[in-house]
Design a protein around this ligand. Structure first.
Ligand SMILES: C[S@@+](CC[C@H](N)C(=O)[O-])C[C@H]1O[C@@H](n2cnc3c(N)ncnc32)[C@H](O)[C@@H]1O
Length: 218
């Protein structure tokens, strides 16, 4: 299995347990202070997104189970939520279907190219870190193509202050199966100097989340 297939498969099998990590349940539980910091950082990142105001037509790459899709629907007229798996999109639909604003698209992001140039915002959370180095240029080109003139991008991801050698991580499912995923931790300065983009990046108070927003330099 190649690396991208293994990563996709991992997330298909993880769909039903993904929210346990996000909500810090079960084996992802944190001690009281770490838990407080985690949720404070998520809330801070969500408020940053609210201030960005992702209005109009929003494209969400790797939408997953819909935590951020729901947040996007508070501002957007429509959200197009793309994910590789019907398993994650069904969970997303259960969370966001009631808004009537979301179109669910099951597709491999790397094959969904060129995207329609139809969006005011392209949003992706916990996705950029999973894009392998040799796909980055193509992915950012896809984002630029998807934006209407004046359109903007907003991203969120996991943050680590130190540069970690190697871009692969081993992940374990609740049943013990292991998979390798690509995980590249970005620094704000790297995002702010990305060729072809004018991005402003930041990190939440307790260091859990990196976020960036901006527009293509064109
Ligand atoms: C870390 S999760 C993030 C989910 C969501 N953005 C969030 O923050 O809750 C990564 C998501 O990417 C999806 N994914 C993985 N590889 C993909 C691919 N090649 N094309 C589309 N989606 C993919 C997975 O199914 C999973 O939902």
């Amino acid at each position: 299995m190649d690396q991208l297939t293994e990563q996709r498969e991992y997330y298909r099998h993880r769909a039903g347990e993904y929210d346990q990590w996000w909500q810090r349940q079960g084996r992802y539980a944190l001690d009281e202070q770490a838990r407080e910091h985690w949720f404070a950082d998520i809330d801070e990142a969500a408020q940053t997104l609210d201030r960005f105001r992702p209005e109009g037509d929003v494209l969400e790459f790797a939408a997953g189970t819909g935590w951020w899709t729901e947040r996007l629907t508070r501002h957007a007229t429509r959200v197009t939520a793309v994910d590789a798996h019907t398993e994650t999109l069904e969970l997303n639909r259960a969370r966001t279907g009631g808004t009537g604003k979301v179109t669910y698209v099951q597709a491999d992001i790397f094959d969904w190219s060129p995207p329609p140039a139809a969006f005011d915002t392209v949003f992706f959370s916990y996705w950029l870190s999973h894009v392998p180095a040799d796909r980055l240029d193509g992915f950012w080109q896809q984002v630029a193509t998807a934006l209407r003139p004046g359109g903007r991008v907003f991203l969120l991801d996991s943050y680590r202050p130190e540069r970690i050698e190697g871009d692969l991580q081993e992940r374990v499912l609740n049943d013990g199966r292991t998979f390798q995923v690509i995980k590249r931790f970005w620094q704000p300065a790297e995002l702010e100097s990305l060729p072809g983009w004018r991005l402003t990046a930041g990190v939440t108070t307790h260091g859990a989340v990196i976020h960036a927003h901006g527009a293509p330099d064109r």
